[in-house]
Structure formats: C-alpha cells, structure tokens
Design a protein around this ligand. Structure first.
Ligand SMILES: Cc1ncc(COP(=O)(O)O)c(C=O)c1O
Length: 413
C-alpha cells in the first residue's frame, strides 16, 4: 500500500473535510478556528465565495494556457491589476508557482543584471526549500542539512534580532549594520555582491519585524555599492502586516520584490516584480516554466485582490493585529519571554526560567490549542515561537475566541 512520505509531518492530527472563512471542519465533525491560514496563504479565508466563483468560471473556459506558448486573459488582467498595488516603479512582473521559485528567479535576475556572483542574506531568514533557496535560508539547519553541496556565493549578515541578543532594537540595529559592512569588507566585496535578500519580518525565523533604520541602512549601502535590494514579501505581502506590503512600514524602496502566498488565496501562484529596465536585463530564456501564471490561479488572484480592497482587509489586518498582539501580550505569563509581531503576524516566544529557548513548552502549547479547537503553528530556529496568522477577514469576535482558548492553554500548561 502506498502512503505519504513519513518525513512530511503534520502539525496537527486533523483531516479536513472542508474550509469556510476562518474555520476548518474536520472529517470527525469538529470545527477548528484556523489561525494558521495555510501558513499565511488563505488571507481571504477558506473558500471565499468570490474567489471560488472566479476560479469556477475560469475552469470552464481555460485551465492551462502555457505561458511560453500563448498568452491568456486572466494572466494579462492580473499583471495589469498588480500595477495598482505593487510599489511604484516595479512595473514588470514574472509569474511562477511557488515562493522558492520566485526567490530563485529574483536571484537569477540579480546575478544576471549585475554580473556579480554573490548575495548577502540575513540570519534567521527563510526563503524556501529548493537548493538555491535553501542555501539562502538560515532559519534552521533542518532546511539545508544532508544534501550538500549547497550553492556557492551566499554570505550571511545579522538581522536585528534584539530579543535573542538581549539588546535594545537600537543596539541590535547598530550591530547588524556594522556587521554588514564587515561582511562587505571581509567576505564579499561590494563589486562582487549582486543583492541583499531579506524579509521585512522574519517569518519562519521567529516572527521578528525589522525596523526603519535597518532597512534604510540596507538601502543606503545598496545605493552606494550598486547592490540590488530584494525584499522577500512572500509571507508579508498582500495585507498580512497591516500595510499592503511589509516593507511599507519602513519607508524603504525595493529593487525587486518576491510575492506568493496571500496573492491567490491558496492557488499556487508566485512572482517577482522589478523595474522594466532591470527585468529586461535578465538573460533570454532564463524565465519560464510549465505551469507559471496558471489561468485559474490568475483568476483567483484577481478576485483575491478585489476582495482585499473591497472588504478593506489591509485595514482590518492592522486593527485586528493590534487587538491580537495586545491580547497575547496581556496574557503572557513567565513561560513567555517575548511577544512581538506586525499586523496579523503575531509570535509568542517560549523561554525557560534561565532564558533558554523552550521548544517543549511551545510544542505543548500548540498541541493543547489544537485540542481546544484553535489551530496554531510554531516557528523560530528552536521551534519555540508559537505563531498566529489568522486570515485577514478575521473578526474582533474571532480574535476574542482565539484569545480565550489561548488563555485556557496557558492556564493548563
Ligand atoms: C518569506 C518566504 N520566502 C519564501 C518561502 C518559500 O515559499 P514556498 O514554500 O512556496 O516555496 C516562504 C514560505 O514559507 C516564505 O515565508
């Protein structure tokens, strides 16, 4: 009998019958409040009626219009529509399927456009599981161990992870920028450095927001040295942080952004956006793929953007995010060393009384929450951060429902 790979572990024991809004309904009849949103994907909720309708309508007319063979309407319409939400100046779009693919497309473009071999990534970043993306991932060795040799040309500089260092945000930022200069002096010369690749908020790495001075520092160094600034908005994009893109909190201009997850409400669709003149420097033949820009996924993405705008989901993410962060902070007991987040990305970091990462208690909290009907995930290098990523349609009452369960979990730990 065939079975799923035993390595593909699930964070919950649930088999889903169907999803509706912020809830997943299991085959055993139980209903769960889903604060995982498919790892930040189903931002419009499960099976939003307008997304379902758009996908259904598209399936009846064209499913796969292979985009290096033909063009099709949903893709052209989506590219045009993206122009209304993308940061100014990023008017050229390449579409793919997964986040990892988008990150690799950004890497290829940066290397080809600059003619430089190296990139700098930031410690704790997660950029995906394909070999190049895994090489650039430093949020845990589990993502890159055992299949070396990895890709060459990747150097790592610190991210301002203030809590881990036991410093203020200011001190951590000074350190991160100083070390970045040191990396550019000792490991990869600016003239050999194609790009800085960085998340606005470390996602898999522990839900750690960057800050304005850090990103301004990256921009300033990128400009000074002709290095491209690639912002990985795969988890932080499409309203998740309470602004349309996460970097907009920090007033920084990206040269390339990567998008996926919240873009298409669960259909596999990703992409990169860059200025036309920069995108044109990608080498002929270096962008393509069998499934990229799938017609049904593009139709779903168009409906997703409509829903985000017409239902005011970016504003809702900001407001409900404040409610969630305040609620988790107010309930933090001594098992929790830090609570942080931006918009609807909220993390509670479990630490032992001596300040060490407490993986076991975080895992126990996540399991207990699931038992009580609230789906959560863990993240961070030590998997000791419980993260909450509800759909952007979440209501004040649903946040209260989640907080009540979270209180019960903390009482029972
Ligand atoms: C910031 C970021 N980049 C890249 C990826 C990789 O995306 P995918 O799993 O679709 O390849 C993820 C996925 O979690 C992510 O959060």
């Amino acid at each position: 009998m065939t079975a799923l790979s035993p390595v593909l572990k699930q964070a919950t024991p649930i088999t889903v019958e169907y999803g509706e809004g912020c809830y997943l309904h299991a085959t055993d009849g139980r209903r769960y409040l889903d604060f995982t949103a498919g790892i930040g994907v189903t931002s419009t909720g499960h099976c939003h009626p307008r997304v379902v309708e758009a996908a259904r309508a598209q399936i009846g007319s064209l499913i796969h219009g292979q985009y290096t063979t033909v063009l099709h309407r949903p893709m052209l319409a989506l590219v045009e529509r993206l122009g209304t939400v993308l940061p100014e100046g990023l008017e050229s779009v390449f579409l793919a399927n997964s986040g990892s693919e988008a990150v690799e497309a950004a890497l290829r473009l940066a290397r080809q456009a600059t003619g430089r071999p190296n990139v700098v990534v930031f410690h704790g970043g997660f950029h995906g599981r394909t070999v190049a993306a895994a090489t650039m991932t430093t949020s845990g060795t589990r993502f890159s161990a055992g299949f070396s040799p990895l890709m060459s040309g990747v150097h790592v500089a610190p991210f301002p992870t203030a809590y881990r260092y036991g410093w203020s945000e200011e001190q951590a930022t000074d350190f991160a920028l100083r070390e970045l200069d040191y990396v550019l002096t000792t490991l990869t010369a600016p003239a050999e450095t194609a790009a800085f690749i960085v998340e606005p908020v470390l996602g898999e790495g522990g839900y750690i927001p960057g800050n304005t001075r850090f990103f301004q520092g990256l921009r300033e160094r990128a400009d000074r040295h002709g290095i491209l600034l690639v912002l990985d908005e795969i988890q932080t994009g499409f309203g998740r942080t309470g602004k349309f893109f996460g970097h907009q909190h920090f007033g920084v201009r990206p040269d390339i952004i990567t998008i996926a997850k919240g873009l298409a409400s669960g259909f596999p669709l990703s992409g990169i956006a860059a200025p036309r003149e920069l995108m044109a420097r990608a080498w002929p033949g270096s962008q393509g793929g069998t499934y990229g820009g799938n017609a049904v996924a593009c139709a779903a993405a168009l409906a997703t953007i409509d829903v985000i705008e017409s239902e005011g989901l970016v504003g809702n993410a900001a407001e409900r995010g404040r409610q969630l962060l305040a609620g988790v902070r107010a309930r933090a007991n001594k098992a929790i060393g830090d609570v942080r987040g931006l918009g609807l990305m909220v993390g509670a970091e479990f630490t032992t009384p001596t300040g060490e990462p407490d993986t076991e208690t975080a895992a126990a909290a996540q399991r207990l929450a699931v038992d009580k009907g609230l789906l959560l995930l863990t993240c961070g290098a030590h998997m000791n951060v419980v993260r909450m990523i509800p759909p952007l349609i979440v209501t004040a009452e649903q946040i209260d429902e989640a907080l009540a369960i979270w209180s019960a979990v903390l009482d029972e730990l």
